[in-house]
Design a protein around this ligand. Sequence first.
Ligand code: ADP
Length: 570
Amino acid sequence: AVNPRNAQIDGNVVAAKSFAHFGVTHMFGVVGIPVTSLANRAVALGIRFIAFHNEQSAGYAASAYGYLTGKPGLLLTVSGPGCVHGLAGLSNAMVNTWPMVMISGSCDQKDFGRGDFQELDQIEAVKPFSKLAVKAKDIKDIPNCVAEVLDRAVSGRPGGCYLDLPTDVLHQTISESEVEELLKSAKSHKSEVSIGLTPKTSEIEQAVSLLREAKKPLIVFGKGAAYARAEGELKKFVETTGIPFLPTPMGKGLLPDTHELAASAARSLAIGQCDVAVVVGARLNWLLHFGEPPKWSKDVKFILVDISEEEIQLRKPYLGLVGDAKKVLELINKEIKDDPFCLGKNHPWVEAISKKVKDNVSRMEAQLSKDVVPFNFMTPMRIIRDAILEAGSPAPVLVSEGANTMDVGRAVLVQTEPRTRLDAGTWGTMGVGLGYCIAAAVASPDRLVVAVEGDSGFTFSAIEVETLVRYQLPVVVIVFNNGGVYGGDRRNPEEITGPHKDDPAPTSFVPGAAYHTLIGAFGGKGYIVGTPDELKSALSESFAARKPAVINVTIDPFAGAESGRMQHKN
Ligand code: ADP
């Protein structure tokens, strides 16, 4: 009999074995030439393969999976066009600093340059969107290449990596025993990166003494702190010092939005007047107004905590602390413990913020408490907020995209647990919703996933509702349907002339689109709602069922603003 260790295996099997060996448990992608066998082999080795309709959605899923789990999210694509579609996910991972690995099959190396099937120089194509792009030029390269891309995606500042697997390499063969040896000797590259980097003691002391002397300190945290799982240290930091805090949109939930030191509802006051701001795992980019006047005071002293030295150099803060957010906060907490200080409720700054929060919250509640029909954005959002809160713990993961839908949702929906909000992110990427829903359901199987999306955001990848049904994922997609981008046709008819004046507006979709019937085509549950009672009943039924559902919410097309809160840029 043949010794099984001498059995010959091909590149697809070697790749699948390598992923399993290095701890991969999930892959997202679209199969086809030349990677179908790779997917099947991965499944045979215990990896869950979530098959999508389009690499773009699968890539968004892989990126979000990386963020939610701290392990690289894997995207598998075919060559050429598959790789190009996957770039959407890879670039999204880079911009959000989430760990992800895209693996694409590519054409036969000997035929490259003479018009082979789906030929593309994929290494060149992915370079601007990845930390590292490697090609396995021979079957023996595969184990080491896999180790390298998986390591690099999570090391230092997380991001996307790329692995190219040419058709001829996938068809080469090698003995099983040789693969075992190659896997054993595949290098770990972790030593090369800043995993263990921590600030100097003197820098920690300086940070704490700045905070101690500050009159109006503020703690800001973002999705980098969420990724670092810094919630425990953050809670300690906030609660021992009594300093008000402000989460970025995806930082929401690290500490509950309902916390008495939450300054979100007094954001303008908090950032406009603070004198020392500790910013943890959040970039001073457009989302935080670049840390500049007029939104921030010109004298504010920033203490930036970030894993990336490059980021600190770019922003030139008063004090930069390079390191993992959780570790740095641990050091800060330790330093404070020796000589504790706490602002207390009666501190003028804390009082000013909490008064402003109360005023703004009661003003918003007055708006929210009205039942407006046909629906504006506020009424259904309040009903959804209450349903999510009633769902209790573990809290559902909220996926949010759209212009007005995301803006209103950010203010109204309440986050109480870390990493329970996924939205358009640093790039303002629309079309991420369904991919994020699938990633969240797979990464957090104990949680319900609730998407609150505009009709435009939803329809970028609406066909992935079939994927929800196929895998029976507990995802409820709520579509705010106002007939198009920003709300359908809002043009002044007199201003529209020319031969195409009778075409639908570039912003409009078919009015009253029956999105709920789309999921019905695959056996999922669809609802159409236009009143508070209808919405409440659809939510309670679908949340209890924990099965794929789409709730098509009819919104007044004239509600909301064009471009949401970004009108000045459109
Ligand atoms: P937000 O969108 O919430 O404002 P950003 O994406 O702008 O957040 O910023 C996240 C930052 O977190 C990035 O600069 C990234 O380098 C940083 N980061 C990533 N991982 C860690 C970590 N483990 N510790 C500290 N910072 C981190």
